[in-house]
Design a protein around this ligand. Structure first.
Ligand code: RFL
Ligand code: PHB
Length: 385
């Protein structure tokens, strides 16, 4: 078998890259380790920057997003019960859209019913410094795909980054001393806008998927297990971390999903190794506090698709040569913002009273400074490419 671009991973990065290449007439095949249902069952991101919404439109998969997505003009930060609204529209003239990653993935999958091989086991990358090819096993049979380029869109635990010789790659990492326990429930959101809350007991987030489905998170310890958290325990803890009116208005119910994510910052450099390119979570991880992971994955593949399409259309490799540096500039800015939001809003057990006072001072500064609020709004709604 032969294709122009072999894409590893059918998460949002791989599916969007495949779609952009399809529209430009560049042949590609996606290899995904899991089943389509498994991929759709993963509950992850919820907030899209305008740039990601625009990309969905350019990929001609934005119809349902515009019909069902919830456009938000601002968000609320809460510190020990004191609320501060960040008004994106007034501060920077931009908005964000609440539309689940599951829905983004579904829209992209429906636009491409074929040429994704699900349940491809033992995917292996070969000769990406010369004439690349990919092998995998499906139903006990080994297959081979020759290609011009490989796009590693297979997430943090994928095979693509792991295939690069250690001497060719440098990684930067911070693991935070806590995780997020998330719960999904079919109840209306407690608040029209998202609430990011810093409380003595730790961080909490009130998010949503629709007018009838809510997503809530609480900061938990690194040793906490989902089994330790009954729904009742989750709701009690969440309410304790919110101000009284919000806690009283909260509609609780049985969880339809509950999971814990460890928080980490991670960047790999560079993003190109011969004819292999990394994009999305395969290349970087942000803690979810700034709602940047999915958006970064989208902007990476937007740039990568432009570079690949340029190569096939004009025969020029300028875009491919510049991809790594161009994407990394944007990635590091999103890393900085996500790290900063995480630092402002979480309980850091080792930082003591001084650390807490610094967080409070930062919150008070934000509350009193339109310039500081504008900086937050500019980053949260998405920096330009
Ligand atoms: P994905 O989604 O991990 O997809 C990678 C795909 O590759 C497959 N794969 C393989 N396939 C073949 N062979 C192998 N050896 C393979 N190994 C892996 C996997 O099965 C999978 O299907 O990466 P991608 O496409 O780069 O997308 C990244 C996003 O998923 C991620 O950044 C976001 O979910 C992060 N994130 C958020 N991002 C936002 O922009 N806004 C948010 O509000 C937001 N909230 C979140 C989040 C992530 C969270 N968790 C669970 C870490 C909230 C949470 C709780
Ligand atoms: C979510 O709805 O899952 C979500 C929203 C905002 C974040 C992180 C996660 O910052």
């Amino acid at each position: 078998m032969r294709t122009q671009v072999a894409i590893i991973g059918a998460g949002p990065a791989g599916l969007m890259l495949g779609r952009l290449l399809d529209l430009a007439g560049v042949d590609n095949l996606i290899l995904e380790r899991k089943s389509a249902d498994y991929v759709l069952g993963r509950i992850r991101a919820g907030v899209l920057e305008q740039g990601a919404v625009d990309l969905m439109d350019r990929a001609q998969v934005g119809q349902r997003l515009h019909a069902e997505g919830l456009v938000h003009d601002g968000t609320v930060l809460s510190f020990d019960g004191d609320d501060l609204r960040i008004d994106f529209t007034r501060l920077v003239g931009r908005q964000v859209t609440v539309y689940g990653q599951t829905e983004v993935t579904r829209d992209l999958m429906e636009a491409r019913p074929d040429r994704t091989i699900y349940e491809a086991e033992d995917v292996d990358l070969h000769d990406f410094d010369g004439s690349p090819w990919v092998s995998w096993v499906k139903d006990g049979v080994t297959h081979r795909l020759d290609c011009d380029f490989i796009a590693g869109c297979d997430g943090y635990h994928g095979v693509s980054r792991a295939s690069v010789p250690a001497a060719a790659i440098k990684t930067f990492e911070r693991i935070y001393p806590f995780g997020w326990l998330g719960l999904l429930v079919d109840r209306p959101p407690v608040s029209q806008e998202l609430i990011y809350a810093r409380h003595q007991r730790g961080f909490a987030l009130c998010s949503q998927r629709s007018l009838t489905r809510s997503r809530y998170y609480v900061q938990v310890g690194t040793d906490d297990k989902v089994e330790d958290w009954s729904d009742d325990r989750f709701w009690d803890e969440l309410r304790r971390r919110l101000n009284e009116e919000t806690a009283a208005a909260m509609q609780t119910g049985p969880s339809i999903e509950k999971s814990i994510a460890q928080l980490r910052s991670f960047v790999a450099e560079p993003l190109r190794f011969g004819r292999l390119f990394l994009a999305g979570d395969a290349a970087h991880i942000v803690p979810p506090t700034g709602a940047k992971g999915l958006n970064l994955a989208m902007s990476d593949v937007d740039m990568l698709a432009e570079a690949l399409i340029g190569f096939y259309r004009d025969g020029t490799s300028t875009g491919l040569d510049g991809y790594s540096a161009r994407a990394l500039t944007r990635i590091w800015k999103a890393e900085r913002f996500s790290w900063w939001m995480t630092g402002l809003l979480h309980d850091f057990p080792d930082d003591g009273d001084f650390g807490r006072r610094m967080q409070r001072a930062e919150f008070d500064y934000l509350a009193g400074s339109l310039a500081a609020q504008q900086s937050l709004a500019e980053n949260y709604t998405g920096l330009p490419q």
